[in-house]
Design a protein around this ligand. Structure first.
Ligand SMILES: NC(=O)C1=CN([C@@H]2O[C@H](COP(=O)(O)OP(=O)(O)OC[C@H]3O[C@@H](n4cnc5c(N)ncnc54)[C@H](O)[C@@H]3O)[C@@H](O)[C@H]2O)C=CC1
Ligand SMILES: O=C(O)C(=O)COP(=O)(O)O
Length: 326
């Protein structure tokens, strides 16, 4: 691959300091500026050859249109749904991410939410802080022997499966791309969603946010689930339809939800977060020292590889070159 000239990079979110250090060691000037408004980003972006983001910076078509020198958008993390990839590709801007850097962290938070849902840990901890000693209200249920449905059997779905199997859960799943014979080797039996919904005690979603995954769990699918099913979303807000979830929680069709992500972040509508059977986190799936160190370092090294003209195929997802990738 021909080398790409990148002399200036803007880091617009809190990214591990190794990212800046690696870029600077390779002669790239780095500016760190967080919490910019959209107008500030539009005004600044023309001064940079590269942009490094996490999930909060919305790299929309109008930002890209103002980015006259931009050659690379580096996502220090997995999901690129905050970047208008088709607009970037049209302008010849490469979009790349660090897809495996935060897999373990996101899987571990998913497991933490599943365990918290089974034993009401956050609610019990809150009641202790209020000076209460309520041993009846927080009666739980074992995960052992229960059925976990995993929708999306990619990197995170696979790691969640192996961890929850160690608790004695039966893992079933659905993925349109991962072959059933492959997931079977990790102990996940694949089936259609129609077959999956009624079998699950717990459901966790691990797909990207795509037109085909918006509202995957909606009124219709909740109605097909076991009464009291518990759900986790550590992937993207909207994969579980928020209004349908609230209705299912209110009717008891859904017995509890663990949510790390929201359609709007931070959520303006607090009805879900405030529901007594909802446990929520402010998008913390990737927020560990280890994940941030990997993602910050990986994205910087990938940018440096581009500058040096190294072929990245196989080392990272380069959405600008492979626009067909999810
Ligand atoms: N909460 C957080 O902080 C984090 C969230 N994420 C999110 O987790 C999600 C999954 O990440 P990875 O496992 O690394 O991605 P991945 O690309 O390895 O796996 C996603 C899987 O979803 C499958 N899929 C696509 N459409 C589907 C559909 N309609 N139904 C069922 N499966 C479908 C794909 O075939 C693929 O196997 C992404 O949305 C990502 O942004 C990732 C890291 C941290
Ligand atoms: O990597 C992902 O897809 C995530 O959702 C993590 O987002 P963050 O980097 O923590 O803003």
């Amino acid at each position: 691959m021909a080398p790409i000239s990148i002399k200036t990079v803007l880091i617009s979110e809190s990214v591990d300091p190794r990212c800046k250090a690696i870029l600077e060691e390779n002669g790239i000037r780095v500016t760190e500026k967080q919490n910019m408004t959209k107008d500030e980003l539009i005004a600044k972006i023309k001064d940079y050859d590269g942009l490094v983001v996490r999930s909060a910076t919305k790299v929309t078509a109008d930002v890209i249109s103002a980015a006259n020198n931009l050659k690379i958008i580096g996502r220090a993390g997995t999901g690129v749904d905050n970047v208008d990839v088709p607009a970037a590709t049209k302008k010849g801007i490469i979009v790349m991410n660090t897809p495996s850097g935060n897999t373990i962290s996101a899987a571990e938070l998913t497991c933490a939410l599943l365990m918290s849902l089974s034993r009401n840990v956050p609610q019990a901890a809150m009641s202790m802080k209020q000076g209460k000693w309520d041993r009846k209200k927080f009666m739980g249920a074992e995960l052992y022997g229960k059925v976990l449905g995993i929708v999306g059997l990619g990197r995170i779905g696979k790691e969640v499966a192996s961890r929850m199997q160690s608790f004695g859960m039966k893992t079933i799943g659905y993925d349109p791309i991962t072959p059933p014979e492959v997931s079977a080797t990790w102990g996940v039996e694949q089936m259609s969603l129609e077959q999956l919904w009624p079998q699950c005690d717990y459901i966790t979603v691990h797909t990207p946010l795509l037109p085909s995954t918006v509202g995957l769990l909606n009124d219709e699918s909740f109605a097909k689930c076991k009464k009291g099913v518990k759900v986790v979303n550590c992937a993207r807000g909207g994969i579980i339809d928020e209004e349908a979830l609230l209705r299912a929680l209110e009717s008891g069709q859904c017995g509890g939800a663990g949510l790390d992500v929201f359609v709007e972040e931070p959520p303006k509508n607090h009805s879900l977060v405030e529901h007594p059977n909802v446990i929520s986190c402010p998008h913390l799936g990737a927020s560990t020292k280890e994940a941030q160190a990997r993602c910050g370092e990986d994205i910087a090294l990938q940018i440096v590889d581009m500058v040096k003209g190294k072929n990245l195929v196989g080392a990272a997802f380069c959405f600008g070159f492979c626009p067909h990738l999810p």
